[in-house]
Design a protein around this ligand. Structure first.
Ligand code: PCA
Length: 192
């Protein structure tokens, strides 16, 4: 059977009309280098976003999971290196919840490294002329929450999982975001 990857973006939040992550993900082809690319748009909701990814992953049984979100203020595509066990929301999520300084998983590890080949991804992006940098922090909002929860579960399942932030569409057009994500996915095949 063809290998597959589940790639997610997010719905808009914080009063924005679009979310660059879903704008990039929805432009990805359904087939890439012989892999099936399953695409999904997640709600910007603490806990609920990760539940959606993990439910889909349970149904689709992909060989890898790559979650993406928009990072306001960044101008480069940034594979995230580490998820932290902390929720601290500057603004409420789309369900109106605003956790402050709370662990995601009480008693869980403080940090979890990405299971993606993040250095290779950043190098591939740069080689293709796209702005790229490694990031040490996905923040403490819903993106980090999804990152932490999905990496933790995917480790149990034995499949690579991680998170990539993209810039807003005003800083990088969605077509370029999609081109960048496709390049990142190409780095994954060697890992699966
Ligand atoms: N970015 C937010 C949540 C959803 C998104 O696209 C974040 O960085 O946490």
């Amino acid at each position: 059977m063809a290998k597959s990857v589940l790639v997610t973006g997010f719905e808009p939040f914080g009063g924005e009309a679009v979310n660059a992550s879903w704008e990039a993900v929805r432009r990805l082809p359904e087939q890439l280098d012989g892999w099936t690319v399953h695409r999904a748009c997640l709600p910007v909701v603490f806990g609920g976003a990760a539940e959606t990814v993990l439910r889909l992953a349970g149904e689709l049984r992909p060989d890898a999971v790559v979650c993406t979100g928009v990072a306001g203020g960044r101008s480069a595509i940034t594979p995230e290196m580490i998820a932290v066990n902390l929720c601290d929301a500057r603004i409420p999520d789309n369900a109106g919840t605003q956790p402050r300084w709370q662990p995601i998983a009480p008693g869980g590890p403080d940090g979890l490294f990405s299971g993606l080949p993040v250095r290779e991804m950043a190098a591939a992006l740069r080689a293709a002329g796209l702005p790229a940098a490694l990031s040490w922090s996905a923040g403490s909002y819903v993106c980090n929450d999804v990152f932490y929860r999905t990496v933790r579960r995917c480790r149990e399942w034995g499949i690579p999982c991680g998170f990539i932030h993209v810039p807003p569409v005003t800083a990088l057009p969605a077509e370029e975001g999609a081109r960048g994500l496709a390049l990142c996915l190409s780095c994954l095949w060697a890992e699966c």
